[in-house]
Design a protein around this ligand. Structure first.
Ligand code: FAD
Ligand code: SIN
Length: 509
């Protein structure tokens, strides 16, 4: 294994791979990834990637929809950068070989999702993420970027306030090691796996955010956990709940109670295509009112041939479980889906620690504010990972003679994942209460206190799960209002004094 590289990237989803492809010309790159190289949230993205392509649409319109969904917290400059760079970079993905679905005129067929006032979702049927992941992996291979699989990054090496690389556990060799880098780039994805019920695959344990926080970086807006309204009820596959894309509602899908009554028009003028926070809360309220563990998503009125062609993965997966969506409604429930907060970065993806960059879902660029607009996350990752390489290429070399502190290591830390997941599902879900947050805070503090500052060779993810849960519960307690994805029953309204990010760092907290 290399001891020093120019760019050390953790994660091989859209963010890490995009950065690698753009930086390969500027220096030596190593990507560490904790499982198989394609194992990422990116690989499972269904709906698509939002960008302005239609004549009826405009940058202003996409910017306004994003800011509206963000409920007053979106960073306007970051949103503008993301939206305006979209068409160029999405077209580039197509040129690289992503087989996005085209219309009869050979233009991108544009889907519609919640909170978007125009059709602007570029997609490859319902497997957009798979298409992007595999095209980027091919390109990385052509550029001779090294991807090291089954290596889990454990903690950052911080010396004199700078990040000089990281410690990792080499599962192949069963030992701890370190690598130095001029720039360390965290692209570790989301935190869905701190909940029992999530659409995220097992890799999503928030490692990058936890590592950055422990290293002293500023972390923002962790209370804004996005719950996707429609994951299949009561069926888990490979450790995750199966998602039914919002694009299904874009093509006419209707949410109904278990008794077959449509309900979304009661909650928002946009009905079934309201922003995700509103739809998820409506689903939970209706489940409660009808004493049911699920609601129904019905698209059986749409032509069966069309549905099978437009949503092949969803159709075939549901059929395996005996649900024929062309004939009957799908039982669905909300599931933890996306982390709007993360490592606070500027519009060049630089964190508050020198030489440390954060990209994609583990970062907080500020574009999503209090609620992410559907299909804006692949776009965010694409745009800011491309920009990051422009900044990283200017970074000066570190001194390789640096003495690396030997970290105290323990074979195995305690593992409270199951208990924490139960607490998170119960108290930090779609609807929160003051009492629930207090209970969660007490229990999670207790779990966190069982870890010391050393490195855990095994169960490193368990410690990260505890740290992330703590960040979410603390941020949620600090925000005594309801805004976007953060809803507290006792404080149902937005308050002007909370029109700002919730920022936590080891020092500040
Ligand atoms: P990821 O793609 O999650 O990649 C993270 C990488 O980091 C992985 O390779 C992982 O193994 C690695 N890693 C993590 N921790 C470590 C560690 N400690 N050491 C080494 N490696 C590590 N967004 C959209 O915009 N449109 C959609 O249609 C859409 N659909 C979605 C559907 C599903 C089911 C899910 C779960 C998400 C969806 N999203 C969608 C969200 C979007 O897919 C993600 O936000 C985005 O793909 C994140 O990309 P990323 O590169 O930041 O992280
Ligand atoms: C979906 O297809 O509904 C997921 C889209 C997203 O998370 O942006």
């Amino acid at each position: 294994m290399l001891k020093k590289v120019d760019f050390l990237i953790v994660g091989s989803g859209i963010a890490g791979l995009t950065f690698a492809i753009n930086s390969a010309q500027y220096g030596q790159i190593l990507i560490l990834t904790k499982k198989n190289r394609a194992d990422s949230n990116t690989n499972y993205a269904q709906g698509g990637i939002a960008s302005v392509f239609s004549d009826a649409d405009s940058f202003d319109c996409h910017i306004n929809d994003t800011i509206k969904a963000g409920e007053g917290l979106s960073h306007q400059n970051a949103v503008k950068i993301m939206v305006e760079n979209g068409p160029k970079l999405v077209s580039k993905l197509y040129d690289k070989g992503c087989r996005f679905t085209l219309d009869d005129q050979g233009n991108f067929a544009l889907g519609k999702e919640g909170g978007h006032s125009q059709r602007r979702i570029v997609h490859a049927k319902d497997y957009t993420g798979y298409e992007i992941e595999h095209v980027l992996l091919e390109e990385v291979k052509r550029k001779n970027v090294i991807i090291s699989e089954n290596e889990i990054a454990l903690d950052l090496i911080i010396i004199d306030g700078e990040c000089l690389g990281l410690y990792f556990f080499d599962a192949n060799k069963q030992k701890i090691d370190y690598i130095l880098a001029n720039a360390t780039v965290l692209a570790t994805g989301g935190t869905g796996q701190i909940y029992l019920h999530t659409t995220n695959p097992p890799i999503a344990t928030g490692d990058g955010i936890a590592m950055a926080f422990r290293a002293g970086a500023r972390v923002a807006n962790m209370e804004f956990v996005q719950f996707h309204p429609t994951s299949v009820y009561n069926i888990q596959t490979d450790g995750r709940a199966f998602l039914i894309s919002e694009a299904l509602r874009g093509e006419g899908g209707i949410l109904k109670t278990k008794n077959g009554k449509p309900f979304m028009d009661k909650y928002d003028p946009a009905g079934n295509l309201a922003p995700r926070d509103i739809v998820a809360r409506a689903c939970v309220s209706e489940m409660y009112a009808t004493k049911s563990k699920y609601v129904l998503l019905d698209i059986s009125h749409v032509n069966a041939g069309y549905l099978k062609n437009r949503f092949p993965t969803i159709y075939e997966t549901c059929m395996k479980w005996g649900i024929d969506m062309t004939r009957e409604p799908i039982p669905v429930v909300p599931a933890a889906h996306y982390t709007c907060g993360g490592i606070l970065v500027n519009t060049w993806a630089e964190s508050s620690i020198n030489r440390l960059f954060a990209l994609g879902e583990c970062s907080c660029t500020g574009v999503h504010g209090a609620n992410r607009l559907a299909s804006n996350s692949l776009l965010e990752a694409l745009v800011f990972s491309t920009r990051a390489s422009e900044r990283a290429k200017k970074i000066k070399s570190i001194r390789t003679k640096t003495r690396i502190p030997v970290k105290q290591t323990a074979q195995s830390g305690p593992d409270y994942r199951l208990q924490i997941k139960e607490i998170m599902d119960q108290y930090l879900g779609v609807i929160r209460t003051v009492k629930g947050l207090e209970i969660a805070h007490e229990s999670i503090s207790d779990f966190c206190s069982k870890y010391d500052d050393g490195i855990y060779l095994k169960n490193a993810e368990a410690r990260n799960v505890a740290d992330i849960a703590m960040l979410i519960v603390k941020s949620a307690i600090m925000r005594t209002e309801s805004r976007g994805l953060h809803y507290i029953r006792e404080y149902p309204k937005k308050k002007r004094e909370f029109s700002k990010d919730t920022v936590i760092s080891r020092k500040e907290s």
